[in-house]
Design a protein around this ligand. Structure first.
Ligand code: NOJ
Length: 736
């Protein structure tokens, strides 16, 4: 071929390729155009869908669990190509990619499946339970850890986490108290925003981010007497004061989805509640993502006595504003028929589908439906992830007692390490530990051995199990204690004692554990109690006997390392309780922000026990001492819409650096609707070096910080006096 001919042929080839590209572009539906705006893509796709395809988008199945990778074809075969979402139980992306291929290639419109999973406090790199996270008072760490979870999850085939759980809870008998951020609505809201940011980042289509799901909307934390799945009695006023604020904060922070709760709210179940799901969430807060029901929450409307059968349950949940039905197939079975009968308008179906598609587009699933298959070592338990979650675990530890400064253990040469948790790994993970494995966790024993290498010997005896009647190990434990300089006793709960469906009638530890402590006291050595648990505990008997108590919660994979650091003094504890520890179970419900009682002084008190908690909200000790200077206001009068600042200097007067948290409370003593005795409005944690003074500052915005809501969420700011409270200092502000 002559050179000229070759050039001509090449020109022809280039021409034909570009003609094809243009033609392809023209034929490509708008919804497949990655450059088109999301809303246009949603509308284009919606206009092409038939009713059956639309309803599929509103259903969630499950995929994985016991599926062996070898059964991939089998598992995928069972899930329809058109399904909207699945719960994905695997830790690797292959099964996902298999199903996604089917959806992209075998469904008429090629709509990707959305893969969700419970990544509650870590995917494989499990970090402390949320209740512990809240005690760090460090939202930046919560954001960082959530980002670690998001990265591991997305790289493993999960697009969407059913987290954060932001149910304000005040009853330690309720096992799910472990999954939330404690008793305070404001603090829960701050942590909600942090975790949503960590999960979703600025762009959910990143291959390291996932969509968040605020749950359980709403009021689930008010479960009566701590029993799970039961009726809750919540007045509209309490709904707005206590249970809705974290959701409002999460929606404002851009949370993609919410999960409707199991509980019945004063007669109208949360999963059939038009007021909360539509009037508040969609109409007032303008949430444009979707709501998924909790597992079987739609069919349960029949059990809850508001629907005669599964068809009516589907109608009620859907019309109230639940867009996606998790696993119980009520929508799959009945929505088409309900549309045909005119009970469910087509525009509601369209609105629901639009919401689901919008999130899929925002996640980038249409443009990048598959997960890159990289080795586990490249995505799980990465060194920087482990460092991040260990730092978080350090800051969650709360020092509850330290008589005669027994801690840190400086002079001890022999340490007796006793208790059911001393060599345990699995239970330190806590509930909902996703793909976390016991083998990833550093036990307290291993951590102590390393921490004290060359300084002290660690001698171990189990002493007893978590519960039961067997006291055979007491004698050995006592012998070990007698032979040591100090006893470190590791008590607490199994991971399965908290989480879903794990209510307990008492928050005391089983008798055998308390008896082991009493036995060890006979050795006459100082006893340090380490506690790992998923709820506040009744510690009154333990408190009387222990010389020191360290609440380490359920720390996740960092396991015993952070607490060993606290014992050696490498880590100065800085956690403060985000939940009240009652004196005993009988005080429940007890929380700091109660409304004022009718009678003061000694009236209305318990006759048999103190009426104050053992450890109050915000309590926690340090190895250093802080001296609070005098609180100062920039002005003591403020107009509506006005702002002022209040400052307090805090000096570290002890011998070592420390992290101190200042909690700023307000009190509105006279109001048309009674306000709590104090309410947290701001908090801040700062590093204060030994000898240094740091100024803490709260910028008060009168409308935001001094106002309150009525029983329909309408905000008021009333003229009059208010107080700003930090520890035992109180300053008056007048609103004019
Ligand atoms: C039921 C739980 O209540 C909820 O928190 C969880 O996300 C779903 N099951 C899915 O596992």
């Amino acid at each position: 071929m002559k050179k000229k001919q070759i050039v001509q042929l090449f020109g022809l080839l280039v021409f034909s390729v570009s003609v094809q590209a243009v033609a392809k572009d023209k034929n490509t539906p708008l919804y497949k155009d990655a450059k088109a705006p999301v809303e246009q893509r949603v509308e284009d796709l919606l206009s092409r869908m038939n009713l059956e395809e639309k309803i599929y988008q509103l259903n969630q199945y499950t995929l994985g669990f016991n599926n062996n990778i070898n059964n991939l074809g089998e598992a995928v075969k069972n899930v329809p190509a058109e399904i909207g979402s699945v719960i994905y139980f695997e830790a690797d992306p292959q099964l996902r990619n298999g199903l996604q291929k089917k959806a992209m290639e075998e469904s008429r419109l090629g709509i990707p499946v959305l893969f969700g999973y419970d990544v509650i406090h870590g995917f494989r790199t499990v970090y402390p339970i949320p209740l512990a996270q809240a005690c760090s008072w460090n939202p930046a760490l919560v954001e960082q850890s959530s980002a670690v979870a998001a990265q591991e999850a997305r790289m493993s085939g999960v697009d969407w986490t059913f987290s954060p759980m932001i149910d304000v809870a005040r009853d330690g008998r309720w096992g799910r108290i472990a999954e939330g951020y404690g008793e305070d609505p404001y603090a829960t809201g701050v942590y909600t925003v942090a975790s949503v940011k960590g999960y979703q980042g600025d762009d959910m289509s990143s291959d390291k981010r996932v969509a968040a799901c605020l749950k359980h909307y709403v009021g689930y934390g008010a479960s009566e007497a701590g029993r799970d799945y039961v009726y809750t009695e919540i007045s509209r006023q309490s709904l707005w004061d206590t249970y809705l604020p974290p959701y409002e904060a999460g929606v404002k922070a851009g949370a993609a989805t919410l999960m409707s709760a199991f509980n019945d709210i004063s007669g109208v179940p949360a999963s059939a509640n038009h007021y909360t799901l539509t009037e508040v969430l969609k109409n007032r807060w303008k949430h444009d993502g979707f709501v998924v029901s909790d597992w079987d929450a739609v069919v349960q409307l029949v059990n809850q006595g508001v629907a005669a059968d599964t068809k009516e349950a589907a109608e009620k949940a859907f019309m109230a504003g639940v867009e996606m039905d998790m696993t119980d197939n009520c929508y799959q079975r009945h929505l088409a028929e309900l549309v045909n009968e005119g009970k469910v308008p087509m525009q509601n179906i369209d609105d629901a589908v639009r919401r689901v598609l919008r999130i899929k587009f925002r996640l980038g699933l249409f443009d990048n439906p598959y997960t890159k298959e990289v080795k586990q070592e490249e995505r799980l338990l990465l060194p920087q992830s482990l460092r991040a979650v260990e730092q978080m675990a350090e800051e969650t530890i709360v020092l509850l007692k330290n008589a005669d400064n027994v801690l840190p253990l400086s002079g001890a040469k022999k340490i007796a390490l006793v208790g059911p948790l001393a060599k345990n790994q699995a239970d330190l993970l806590g509930s909902w530990s996703a793909h976390g494995r016991a083998q990833d966790v550093c036990s307290i024993y291993d951590a102590m051995t390393r921490e004290f290498a060359g300084k002290a010997d660690i001698v171990y005896a189990q002493g007893c199990d978590f519960d039961g009647e067997n006291r055979d190990g007491f004698a050995e434990a006592l012998a070990v204690a007698k032979n040591a300089d100090v006893v470190v006793l590791c008590l607490g709960e199994k991971r399965g004692w908290s989480g879903e469906n794990t209510s307990r009638s008492t928050i005391a530890l089983p008798a055998v554990q308390e008896e082991l402590l009493a036995e060890l006291k006979k050795a006459g050595k100082p006893v340090v109690v380490l506690l790992s648990n998923g709820r506040p505990l009744e510690l009154v008997r333990i408190e009387k006997q222990a010389d020191a108590i360290v609440e380490m919660w359920q720390p996740g994979v960092a396991g015993g390392k952070p607490v060993a650091g606290v014992l050696s003094g490498r880590v100065n504890p800085s956690g403060r309780l985000a939940i009240t520890f009652p004196y005993s179970t009988g005080q429940i419900p007890i929380y700091y922000n109660q409304r004022p009682p009718a009678r003061k002084g000694n009236q209305g008190r318990y006759q048999d026990i103190p009426s104050t908690p053992l450890y109050e909200f915000g309590y926690g000790l340090s190895y250093t001492d802080y001296k609070y200077g005098t609180m100062k206001l920039s002005a003591d009068k403020v107009k509506r819409g006005g702002k002022l600042t209040v400052e307090i200097p805090v000096t570290n007067v002890g011998g070592r650096d420390g992290l101190e948290t200042v909690h700023w409370f307000i009190n509105d003593p006279v109001s048309s609707i009674a306000r709590p005795v104090k309410e947290l409005k701001f908090f801040e944690k700062q590093l204060i070096k030994a000898g240094e003074t740091k100024v803490f500052r709260f910028d008060i915005d009168a409308e935001r910080d001094l106002s309150f809501v009525d029983s329909d969420g309408k905000r008021f700011l009333e003229p009059g006096d208010y107080y700003i409270i930090v520890k035992d200092q109180k300053l008056k502000i007048s609103v004019e």
